[in-house]
Design a protein around this ligand. Structure first.
Ligand code: BES
Ligand code: MN
Ligand code: MN
Length: 460
């Protein structure tokens, strides 16, 4: 029996390694062939575990893979969402092993090993746990819920075409609950269920000064330098308390009660430990809020990238014609991402001085979301985590975004439970992304138990 379980674990890991080898980067068209290959791989995987009506649905962007296992019309139905696309691997030189050649290594936080590859945690590893959990249940004749899988390929670029897919297939996707593993737990000793996601509004700005790059000796001191100006404009977007300095930005933000804030801070990582984990000597953020609050219940604004002028080897004396920046805002419940994008747009154009032309483009966005923490699905998840991790999971609000979650509620009228298993230190979106083997196997176990408890008529 023990050997059988071990063999099974090795088989699952081998399969995950195979999946991680396909470079399904959604942001860059040069990987389109890999996107297609990954969709085919998921399609095959869903077929192999015994799903029906497995199909790759083309969209205006990358395809969605669907599959279902309907066991009984009267049984509860669970919709599993996940994404097979990954973030670009750059900067590649900072990876200790190549991003699409998965290897297993031990780390202090993963003494039993972690699998290193782009997408290991976000989200191939976590999405794949669902396929394997359902496989196990089907094999053991223990699946008591209907299951529908929706695995998409555009999450990391804003899920632009998934809304259309959900709208087109509304009836087919009807379910009692949506479960997603694309978030994290606090630690292996302190599991958590995510009950909140932040929204996002992603902008790009371009400043144009003179119609061509200029010799900085001949022209320096006579024209507005777009990069100098852009830096000043960006600097003005925060006040001295690190509040976002855009009129109306906080208007719809609902303040959270002192009691609730106190409760959430019980589970906070000690400040020194947080700083040490990313090698900084001071935390910086909005005055009056703790680090935990700043990264979960407060809206923020950050520059993600800034470029222009000469950035090559050596020196070049030049005043650039253009300056660019990508700027994103994390949003909290009640803020509407389209409204915030518009506020940003207006304000940014307003503060531009004479001498430059400003263009503002909205890339993509999504609203924040709060999931229920008292319904049957939450309770089923709570018991499942408790059984596998040995402690009751706490509810936590996360700072990241999954824009499709509020969209699911809007279109399907269905709530989501975020059953994540990653750690903040797993370096998602960074070089050396990894996912603990314990997290992977405990995740599969927790998900299987979720189905068992969710299918019960009464749980308290
Ligand atoms: N899985 C993440 C979101 C996440 C991670 C939420 C950890 C909570 C905890 C997802 O793949 C992601 O990266 N989302 C993007 C948004 C998207 C529109 C690009 C994000 O949050 O930046
Ligand atoms: Mn993800
Ligand atoms: Mn991601």
């Amino acid at each position: 029996m023990k050997n059988q379980i071990l063999n099974q674990k090795i088989e699952y890991l081998d399969q995950l390694m195979e999946l991680l080898k396909i470079p399904s980067v959604s942001a860059d068209p040069k990987y389109d062939h890999a996107i297609k290959k990954t969709a085919d791989w998921i399609d095959k995987s869903l077929n192999e575990i015994g799903c029906d009506h497995v199909k790759i649905y083309e969209t205006a962007g990358h395809p969605v893979v669907y599959g279902e296992k309907i066991i009984n019309k009267n049984a509860p139905t669970v919709l599993v969402y996940g994404h097979y696309d990954v973030q670009p691997p750059d900067p590649e030189e900072l990876w200790k092993s190549p991003p699409f050649e998965p290897v297993i290594k031990k780390t202090p936080l993963h003494p039993n090993g972690a699998i290193f590859a782009r997408g290991a945690c976000d989200d191939k590893g976590q999405m794949f746990m669902h396929i394997k959990a359902v496989e196990l249940l089907i094999k053991n004749n223990a699946l008591n819920c209907n299951v529908k899988f929706v695995i998409e390929g555009e999450e990391e670029i804003g899920s632009d075409n998934l809304e259309q897919f959900i709208t087109d297939h509304k009836n087919k996707l009807t379910s009692d609950i949506i479960i997603i593993s694309d978030t994290g737990i606090h630690s292996m000793d302190k599991p958590a269920i995510t009950t909140g996601l932040r929204g996002l509004s992603y902008m790009e700005v371009t400043l144009t000064g003179p119609n061509r790059d200029l010799h900085s000796g001949l022209y320096g001191g006579t024209v507005g330098n777009p990069i100098n100006i852009l830096c000043g404009m960006i600097a003005s977007l925060h006040d001295e308390d690190k509040k976002v300095n855009i009129p109306g930005f906080y208007d719809k933000v609902v303040e959270i009660s002192k009691a609730e804030r106190q409760k959430m801070n019980i589970n906070a990582t000690p400040e020194k430990e947080f700083q040490k984990s990313i090698a900084i000597n001071a935390s910086v953020g909005e005055k009056g809020y703790t680090t935990l609050e700043r990264k979960s219940i407060r809206p923020t604004l950050d520059v993600n990238g800034i470029w222009g002028g000469y950035t090559g080897e050596g020196a070049k004396t030049v005043i650039p014609s253009k300056a660019h920046a990508k700027i994103s805002m994390r949003l909290v419940p009640n803020q509407n991402w389209e409204e915030i994008s518009e506020l940003f747009n207006k304000h940014f154009r307003n503060i531009a001085p004479k001498g430059v032309d400003v263009k503002v483009k909205t890339h993509h966005g999504g609203d924040a979301y709060i999931t229920p923490d008292g319904n049957k699905a939450y309770k089923a998840a709570e018991i499942a985590y408790q059984e596998v991790f040995g402690v009751i999971p706490h509810a936590k609000r996360d700072g990241g975004s999954i824009p499709i979650v509020p969209m699911f509620e809007k279109i399907l009228g269905c709530k989501t439970i975020l059953m994540g298993f990653g750690l903040d230190s797993d370096a998602i979106h960074s070089p050396n992304e990894h996912y603990g083997l314990d997290n992977f196997f405990k995740g599969i176990e927790t998900i299987s138990r979720f189905y068992k408890h969710f299918s019960k008529v009464n749980i308290t």
